[in-house]
Design a protein around this ligand. Structure first.
Ligand code: MG
Length: 362
């Protein structure tokens, strides 16, 4: 494999730091041309000293998108939140392969992103463990035929809680996530199952699936990362210990593979379990699917409201169940419009946040 040059947006977050570990362990295969951080200046400076990229800056100080992506082979978008969509669209405009770890790019901007990528002949490679698993089961192609895509979900920390218990859970309870080590926002999104709803929408855009062709099943061990059901009833799964370094690295090396993770000890594991996703207890999952079905600005409104509600929950200002209620109220208030540009989505995002803040503060 020839050396891959990477522009990393979101270098000090959880995914960004794990990508740095991957680059550290294969210095002859990967190099950074650009490192961008959101706010963590000290973290950024330390990484810039270690890896010596041509450009290193905070996102507020980016010179221009064309300069940012000029020298890279791959734009690795690991920035969190709606802000990540801007970088994904910019990288596509520069004709660069996108390794996509930012969920909002496809959840909010799925139509814009996939249309632009097609026009520019740019490849969007999934980094999320579930979508990477689907990619691997589909033979690392995104045009392979299938009957159904089945996402696995750890179920989050509150899977078996009753309705009364869910009223009283705190951010600290949610942040004790059972299997994956992630940032605070996405950990809460796992606890509400909003994250799984997002992943259904992402899979729809990545693999050209109908929402009715995508299912989700609880799998507490997080060993099976997702499955594909084919026309003849054959089902393929991808297994591995939960470690984001594998999908991160594969997004850069595919169709080749490099040493990364250890072998799953099947005999030591014993049983693997699967159970139905308890959608009725976690309304965020259904809300996400409904927003995905309606399309337009609807998923962006959902996401903007969710970011505000989750941040209020993390601050202890609202209870767990209020997250879904806030999202639903904002969705009712702001009807969907056509999502024909980044500007339209950005305005919908701002209005959703404003409305969510008003509901929470009022
Ligand atoms: Mg995931």
């Amino acid at each position: 494999m020839i050396m891959k040059k990477i522009a990393l947006i979101g270098c000090t977050g959880s995914i960004g730091r794990q990508l740095c570990e991957v680059v550290r362990s294969h210095k002859d295969k990967f190099a950074f041309t650009a490192l961008v951080a959101g706010r963590d200046k000290d973290g950024l400076d330390a990484l810039a000293r270690e890896f010596g990229p041509k450009i290193s800056c905070l996102s507020a100080e980016i010179p221009s998108h064309s300069a940012l992506f000029a020298d890279c082979d791959v734009a690795f978008i690991a920035a969190g939140g709606f802000a990540g969509l801007r970088y994904t669209l910019a990288a596509i405009e520069e004709g660069k392969t996108v390794a996509l770890a930012n969920k909002e790019s496809l959840v909010c901007g799925g139509e814009l992103v996939t249309t632009a990528a097609k026009r520019k002949g740019v490849d969007i490679v999934p980094v999320d463990s579930e979508h990477s698993a689907l990619f691997q089961c589909l033979g690392m192609r995104r045009d392979a035929p299938f009957r159904k895509l089945i996402l696995t979900a750890s179920g989050g920390p509150f899977l078996h809680y009753g309705a009364e218990e869910l009223k009283h859970v705190t951010a600290a309870d949610a942040l004790r996530h059972p299997t994956w080590n992630m940032g605070a926002k996405i950990t809460i999104d796992c606890a509400t199952l909003l994250n799984k709803g997002y992943e259904v929408i992402e899979a729809k855009w990545l693999y050209g699936a109908q929402l009715s062709q995508i299912g989700a099943v609880v799998h507490p061990e997080s060993i099976v990362h997702s499955l594909v059901l084919f026309e003849d009833g054959a089902m393929l799964a991808q297994l591995g210990y939960p470690d984001m370094k594998l999908p991160i690295q594969l997004a850069l090396t595919y169709p080749e593979r490099l040493p990364c993770c250890g072998e799953v000890d099947l005999a030591a594991l014993g049983a693997l379990h699967f159970e139905r996703l308890p959608e009725e207890k976690f309304p965020c999952f259904g809300l996400a699917l409904r927003a995905g079905e309606i399309g337009g600005t609807c998923p962006t409104v959902l996401n903007g409201a969710a970011e505000v509600a989750v941040s209020a929950f993390l601050q202890g200002r609202i209870g767990f169940l209020r997250i879904a209620e806030t999202i639903e109220d904002v969705l009712t208030k702001l009807p969907a419009e056509r999502a024909d540009s980044y500007g339209t989505l950005s305005r919908a995002d701002a209005r959703a946040r404003e409305e969510a803040r008003r509901l929470i503060d009022g």
